[in-house]
Unconditional design. Structure first.
Length: 244
């Protein structure tokens, strides 16, 4: 490659990297907010005088079956439980971070100590930690070591060594993102692939929302479906607006 073409290549490369970052942020933001809203709907439904354990389990089981049939994978009973826990863990936060993905939050939800959780959120945001790096720092007990140590600067410096920053392309391959978009895992996806998947989901969400599907009489969760469908529709629309 001649020297004359190098500046052009660098400029094009920057455009592509910025586009990949934009796609990754848009999908992550839409997914995180949709899952938070779904968790809120489930928690509030259980709080309306129906907080029995067997009620909650049966609700999640029936919701999982219907949502999976309607929206595809990503709505197992365990995933719905995670969304419920997500809302319970972060309902007092003023805003959810646009820099953190659902994969980040699934790690943060495991922390019972609210101070530790807040610490790792701030560090992950400011230091641009990948999911792998956040997991490594939590497992290394960074918060606990800093709390006990007098030499906090040195511990922070040690913690930053070996950090592997996630590229936009790596973020796009996050299995949670692919699952949210209904895409199989493969080596790479273009911006067009993701935009098409979002638009297809948007169309499917709309028609499934307005369609009245029969449900097993064992447990009727129809009262939750329109709200959940609307939350998915809303945040998918926001995501599409960013991509288009």
């Amino acid at each position: 490659m001649s020297e004359l073409t190098l500046p052009l290549y660098d400029q094009i490369r920057r455009v592509l990297l910025e586009a990949q970052s934009s796609v990754s942020r848009a999908v992550n933001t839409a997914m995180v907010h949709a899952y938070f809203e779904i968790g809120r709907l489930i928690v509030e439904d259980e709080q309306h005088g129906k907080a029995r354990a067997e009620y909650g389990e049966e609700t999640l089981k029936m919701l999982s079956a219907r949502l999976t049939a309607e929206f595809g994978r990503g709505f197992s009973r365990q995933n719905l439980q995670n969304m419920k826990q997500f809302y319970q863990s972060f309902q007092n936060c003023q805003t959810l971070s646009s820099k953190l993905s659902w994969s980040h939050y699934t790690l943060l939800m495991r922390l019972d100590d609210e101070q530790a959780r807040d610490f790792y959120i701030k560090e992950a945001e400011s230091e641009n930690w990948s999911v792998r790096e956040l997991d490594r720092q939590i497992n290394s007990l960074l918060f606990e070591r800093l709390a006990l140590s007098r030499n906090k600067v040195e511990i922070k410096a040690l913690a930053e060594r070996g950090q592997i920053l996630e590229s936009p392309r790596d973020a796009i391959k996050d299995p949670y993102i692919l699952e949210f978009l209904g895409l199989p895992e493969q080596a790479a996806y273009s911006e067009k692939d993701l935009e098409t998947a979002l638009l297809n989901n948007l169309q499917a969400f709309y028609w499934n929302w307005v369609r009245d599907l029969p449900l097993s009489p064992a447990r009727n969760v129809s009262h939750l479906m329109p709200s959940i469908s609307t939350s998915i529709l809303l945040f998918t629309t926001v995501c599409c607006d960013v991509l288009c």
